[in-house]
Write a protein that binds this ligand. Structure first.
Ligand SMILES: Cc1cc2nc3c(=O)[nH]c(=O)nc-3n(C[C@H](O)[C@H](O)[C@H](O)COP(=O)(O)OP(=O)(O)OC[C@H]3O[C@@H](n4cnc5c(N)ncnc54)[C@H](O)[C@@H]3O)c2cc1C
Length: 500
């Protein structure tokens, strides 16, 4: 946006307005300011120093600017700006103005409650992980005020209100999150629908490749999924009844027919297959070739006719994975990833990424801290077991082991950040992390006693049943994504160079 020499009217001159004024001036615009309230003496002195005339908020003071920038507090539909709009003068919000100049990707966080805390937390987590970022928006620093310090490789973590979002067009968050939507600001928006629609703009400006993080438990948040162009939910169609560890033995066929492949066969253990929009699918395209060399990797729309998803109930009595059946399913040839019959190499790379598991380790570490707090509390009540040497030693050992698991996972993340595809390193992280977790869960469920075995929901459940859930889930982590034995094989052959 070229601003040099342009006459710009900024309406609303508190924090956001001031940020916009400074940005506009730096870009060479001639700025006038307008506010419904008479500026304080301090504000007047500041405007005088900037050389910005301030006028009262009346139609005759709007004049004929080239652009009008509104602070979030100023409603867009004020009749005051109708004439300017009719004359074709663009009227945009402060966040929209900033979007023209902000460098680096945006994490946009909205919601009726908790968005300031979440924004601060995300910024804190990124900094702790050594990821360059700056935090602003509704939380305190106007987005316009972040422009000068923004850099391409730096994340902008922004708290965004409905006022800031209702008219965005260019502003786009690479990662957009909505925490919840409950009735708020109805005096300004008129109805809950309008308020929800204003927040929903955050997802409407996203593009494919972006991420929408939505609170599934909140119906309004869930509804945003229909409007976002951010990436969709994927599942992985690798395993088959006769091909798990020996994945290359898979039998699902894909036969070329004109511009399509026709897929027939069955997948199993497909996590979230019942919710997914798309699947990454491995299918055999050459039955004569050696088994690793006859497999292709496809992207399959789960709504394609001929796909049937049947639930499988797991040992936690939950529905997470499925069987998926394919009968005459037509997949366009443009959905082939890599070369025909080259799918094995794409699949092993996918698995190398899946196996790093830093998110899992961090979750487990947090649980360990909860168990430590539980034991400390029991000790302070005078419970003798909680003071026993073997309990202390076990907790100390687990803490050390989790730290190692975290370092192994970070090593994988570091390799990825350098553009290197992790290999046996990912297997090390997966093997070690998932096995430490089993040791941890076995110890923790003992520390919690009988109450540790109760489901969440029981009033007597230890730590709200979280350890019981973790204990049951721990079994599957050493199987999913390749069993521990397979990880050991990978480390032995690819890491240590031992013969197959
Ligand atoms: C919770 C969960 C989620 C899953 N999600 C998905 C998913 O989304 N998509 C998907 O495609 N799959 C998924 N799977 C399947 C998973 O990838 C397979 O279960 C796994 O690869 C093991 O295959 P299998 O079950 O056929 O066991 P098998 O391969 O039959 O193995 C049986 C036993 O033999 C051992 N074994 C086999 N071969 C060797 C060998 N060469 N050397 C030493 N030991 C060996 C194994 O370690 C194991 O103990 C999931 C599994 C679980 C538990």
């Amino acid at each position: 946006m070229e601003l040099r020499g342009k006459d710009v009217l900024v309406v609303g001159v508190k924090r956001s307005g001031m940020g916009a004024i400074e940005l506009l001036q730096k870009r060479g615009a001639r700025v006038r300011a307008m506010d419904a309230q008479v500026p304080t003496a301090a504000e007047q002195a500041r405007f005088a120093a900037l050389g910005v005339p301030v006028v009262s908020q009346e139609a005759e003071n709007v004049g004929s600017p080239d652009l009008i920038v509104l602070s979030p507090a100023v409603p867009f539909d004020l009749p005051l700006f109708a004439v300017a709009r009719e004359r074709g003068v663009p009227v945009i919000g402060e966040v929209e103005l900033a979007a023209y100049f902000l460098r680096g990707p945006v994490i946009g966080i909205t919601g009726s409650n908790g968005k300031t805390t979440t924004t601060a937390l995300v910024g804190h987590l990124l900094r702790e992980c050594g990821v360059p970022c700056q935090v602003g928006g509704n939380i305190g620093t106007a987005v316009s005020s972040l422009i000068e310090s923004s850099r391409e490789e730096q994340w902008n973590v922004l708290e965004l209100s409905s006022f800031q979002l209702e008219t965005i067009d260019r502003f786009r968050a690479h990662i957009a999150a909505c925490l919840n939507v409950t009735p708020d600001h109805l005096d300004r928006h008129g109805s809950l629908d309008n308020y929800a629609r204003a927040k929903g703009r955050l997802f409407e400006t996203q593009i494919a490749g972006d991420f929408a993080v939505l609170n599934y438990d909140d119906a309004i948040c869930r509804g945003y999924a229909r409007h976002t162009r951010a990436e969709v939910f994927w599942c992985q169609g690798f395993s088959e009844p006769g091909a798990g560890s020996d994945l290359a033995g898979l039998q699902t066929r894909a036969v070329r027919d004109g511009d399509d492949y026709v897929v027939d066969g069955q997948k199993i253990w497909t996590s979230e297959g019942h919710q997914a929009d798309w699947m990454i699918l491995l299918a055999r395209t050459d039955t004569e070739a050696p088994k690793h060399r006859g497999i292709s990797y496809f992207l399959v729309d789960m709504r394609t006719p001929g796909i049937q998803v049947r639930p499988l109930v797991n040992l936690m009595n939950g529905h997470a994975f499925n069987e998926v059946f394919f009968e005459n399913v037509r997949v366009p040839k443009s959905n082939l990833v890599g070369a025909e019959n080259g799918g094995w190499y794409v699949a092993t790379t996918t698995l190398d990424f899946e196996r790093s598991g830093i998110t899992r380790v961090m979750l487990w570490l947090r649980m360990l801290e909860e168990v430590v707090a539980f034991v400390r509390e029991a000790a302070s009540r005078g419970e003798r077991w909680a003071k026993a040497e073997h309990v202390r030693n076990k907790l100390a050992d687990l803490r050390i082991e989790f730290d190692i698991a975290r370092l192994l996972a970070r090593r994988v993340a570091w390799l990825q950040s350098k553009g290197i595809v992790p290999n046996y390193e990912a297997s090390m992280a997966k093997l070690y992390g998932t096995e430490v977790n089993q040791r941890f869960c076995a110890a923790a469920i003992n520390f919690l006693g009988m109450a540790g075995q109760l489901d969440p929901g029981s009033p007597w459940a230890g730590l709200q049943g979280r350890i019981e859930r973790a204990y049951m889930a721990a079994v599957s982590y050493t199987i999913a994504g390749g069993t521990s034995e397979i990880q050991r094989n990978v480390i032995a052959t690819r890491g240590l160079g031992l013969p197959r």
